[in-house]
Design a protein around this ligand. Structure first.
Ligand code: NAD
Length: 256
């Protein structure tokens, strides 16, 4: 279905981004991944479906590197048709103890990076009159939790950015939407499970159960593959009039 389309997925060496990159490639897109850590392993997984999948190491807190990445995508893959803004980090502390540099990093990586990729990619999308921008927000883009001020602010911000950009492109072939996952068991969440297990003196399994019980009525983690299938739908012709939405996949978290 995505044959002939190209996709840039930020923060796709791990977790949700890797799941989305692999699935877009499986559906025929040519993919550029981005992120840190075990790049070779991530690239090998995506190349199972797109043998020519590319990688760019832009740091999503650095606007000049972000712009260079979008240009590299356009040059190496021929265009940037699908843009998935997924890179994100977390830090947990009450406002008065929140380190200023952690606040700045979360706003830069979880929010401002999407503005920078979008402003770089939109002119090419407009020229081709086709584009799909998918912002990976969070249940925390819709509701808050204590001790996650920067994350909640950034995720609410990216939902707002999604709506504004969707209105600006409403009469074009470009759609802009957000996906709002609840708990997904990725390295980002495993750190919170580990912290909870240590703080409450319980096993890893019990810490996971408590984490889910607190917020996610289904008591099940959402998987990267489930989110990736939603991304594929948003790229499909059937979704051409889905615009400016923040689509929750959260086991009922925000229905409460
Ligand atoms: P993860 O830690 O598994 O992956 C994060 C990715 O971002 C990695 O590829 C990492 O290398 C990359 N990254 C981090 N800082 C970067 C930087 N400065 N420049 C470039 N890349 C960088 O996390 P995940 O859980 O897969 O999270 C992906 C997205 O999903 C994030 O935006 C997160 O907020 C969001 N999200 C996650 C959950 C969850 O439960 N896991 C729930 C809702 C939303």
């Amino acid at each position: 279905m995505l044959n002939g389309k190209t996709a840039l997925v930020t923060g796709s060496t791990s977790g949700i981004g890797l799941g989305i990159a692999k699935t877009l490639a499986l559906h025929g897109a040519r993919v550029m991944i981005n992120g840190f850590g075990d790049v070779e392993a991530a690239l090998a997984q995506v190349r199972e479906h797109d043998p020519e999948a590319a990688y760019h190491g832009a740091d999503m807190s650095k606007p000049a590197e972000i712009e260079a990445m979008v240009r590299a995508c356009e040059q190496q893959l021929g265009s940037c048709d699908i843009l998935v803004n997924n890179a994100g980090i977390q830090f947990v502390a009450p406002v008065e103890d929140f380190p200023v540099e952690r606040w700045d990093a979360i706003i830069a990586i979880n929010l401002s990076s999407a503005f920078h990729t979008m402003r770089a990619a939109l002119p090419g999308m407009r020229a081709r009159n086709w584009g799909r921008i998918i912002n990976v927000a969070s249940a925390h883009g819709l509701v808050a939790s204590a001790n996650k001020s920067a994350y909640v602010a950034a995720k609410h911000g990216i939902v707002g950015l999604t709506k504004a950009a969707a209105l600006e492109t409403a009469t074009t072939g470009i759609t802009v939407n957000a996906i709002c996952p609840g708990w997904v068991l990725t390295p980002l969440v495993q750190k919170q499970v580990d912290a909870r297990a240590a703080a409450e003196g319980v096993s890893n399994e019990e810490a996971k159960r408590r984490l889910l019980a607190e917020k996610q009525p289904s008591l099940q983690f959402t998987t990267p593959e489930e989110l990736a299938e939603l991304a594929v739908f948003l790229c499909s012709p059937a979704a051409q009039n889905v615009r400016g939405q923040a689509w929750a996949v959260d086991g009922g978290w925000t229905a409460q």
